[in-house]
Design a protein around this ligand. Sequence first.
Ligand code: FAD
Length: 452
Amino acid sequence: MEPDVIVIGAGVAGLTAAAELAERGWKVRILEARDRLGGRICSVKPEGWPTVVELGAEFVHGGNATLRKALESTGTHLAPVCVNMWTCREGRIALAPDYWERIGRVAGKIPRQDHGWSFQQFLWHQRGHISSEERELARAYVGSFNAAPTGEISAHALRPARAGADTEDFKIAGRYEALVRGLRQKFPPRRVNVRRRAVVRSIGWQAGKVAVQAMNAADGTSTVHKARAAVVTLPLGVLKAGHVKFSPELPGKRSLIERAGWGNVTRITIRFRPGFWTSPIMPAVLGARSGRDFGFVNAPDQPIPIWWALSAPAPVLTGWAGGEMSDRLGSGASWAVMADAARSLAGIFRTSRAEVSRWVADWATHDWRRDPFALGAYSFPVAGREDLPQRLAEPVESTLFFAGEALAEDYGTVHGAIESGRRAAREASAALEAAVLNPIFVPIPPMMSLVF
Ligand SMILES: Cc1cc2nc3c(=O)[nH]c(=O)nc-3n(C[C@H](O)[C@H](O)[C@H](O)COP(=O)(O)OP(=O)(O)OC[C@H]3O[C@@H](n4cnc5c(N)ncnc54)[C@H](O)[C@@H]3O)c2cc1C
C-alpha cells in the first residue's frame, strides 16, 4: 500500500498526527528509528523496582485540556504531586512554604510588552523591584526546568499565559507510556502502517510528492518510501545535527533550525535499600511519613540541585539538573551521573558519599544528549526570536508539514507536542484534499527523477 502521508517519528506528535490523518481517511505510514514508540516518553520498570521509572516526561503540567482528554481516553488517572519545597544551602534544610508563590510573583512582573529581553536581562531591569534572593530563586528555577541558559531564554515567553491559569502539576498514576499506547489504539484499522527501526536519512521532496529514504537499523538495508506528503516530527536536536538531509534543502528553514533554543537535562532515579526513610543518613524532616513529605528539595550548591520523591513511600528519589547545570556535569555516562548524584545527596544529607552509596540499591538514567534520536532534552524560546517556532512550523509547498514540541506554543511539553501533531495533521489533510479537487501537473526536475 502506498501511503498518502509519511509521518517521520513516533513520539506523541507523530502518533497524534497519524491518528488524526487516518481518522480523516488518509493512509499513513510512520517511520520510527527506535524499536519502540513514544520518543521522549520512556517508562521502564527495572527488575526488582517497586515503581515505574520515567526516563523522559514525568509530569502533566497544569490543567491542560488537550492532555487530559488524551489521557482520559486511555483510562489513565492523574495523581496530585506533593508540592512541599525544601531549600538546602550549606546542608541547612528549611521548608519554603511560599516558594511557588515567589516564583509566580517574579513571573508576574515580566512586562506585557516584549522588549526582546532574556530572563537574565529582565531580572537585571527589575533589580530594584525583586530582592536578590528572589532573583536567585527564579534564575535557578527557570534555568533548571526550562533546560535553558537564563541569558538566552526569552523572558516574554515565560509570562504566565493568563491570570488564574491552572499551573498545578500532576503525575500519571501508572506509566506515561499508557498515553503512547492509547494514541496507538486510536488508529483506525488498516489505515496506519508503523515501521520501527526505520532510520530516516533523507527526505526528497517536490510539490505533491515525497521520497523518504530510511535505513533498517536491524540489517542496514535501505528503502525509499513514497507518498504525497510528509509530516516531519524529528526532535530539534536531530534537525540541528543535520542527520536527516532534505533534498532540496528547506527554503529558509536551516538558519531557523540553527538559531532555535535547545537544552539538556541530566536526570537520575535512584532506588535505595529498605529502611532508607528512617536510615541514619536521612534528615528527619525529609524522611517523615516514609518520605511522603519529601516533595521537592532544591539545593542550588549541589551539582544535581533538584530532587523529588514522588513515589514515596517507595524508597526512590529522582535528581534533576537542567540547562547550564546539566552542561556543567560533562559526561552523561551512567556511573558518572551516579557519582554526581551521590556527591549531591551527601551535601544535602550532610554525610559522606560512601554513606550515601551504601544505601543505594540501583539507579536508572538515560543520556538524552547522546541519544542519537533526540540529541538533547527539549527546546526553549530564544529572546528576541519568539516567532521562530511558528516560522519553523510553516508547511513547505503544501507537501512538507512540521510538528513536535519545539514548534508548539507550549514548547518542551507533552501537551505542546500533541497540539502540534494535531495542527500538522489538519494542515496536511487540507492540502491533500485541495490537491484531490485541484490536481496540478508538476514536472519532475531531472535530478529528482532518480528518487521519484
Ligand atoms: C528528561 C526529560 C523530561 C521531561 N519531562 C517532561 C514532563 O515532565 N512533562 C512534559 O510535559 N514534558 C516533559 N518532557 C518533554 C516531552 O517529553 C517532549 O516535549 C515530548 O515527549 C516530545 O514529543 P515529540 O513527539 O515532539 O518528540 P519525540 O518524542 O522526541 O518524538 C520524535 C521521534 O522521532 C524519532 N526519530 C528521531 N530521529 C529519527 C530518524 N532519523 N528517523 C526516524 N525517526 C527518528 C525519535 O526516535 C522519536 O520517537 C521531558 C523531556 C525529557 C527529555
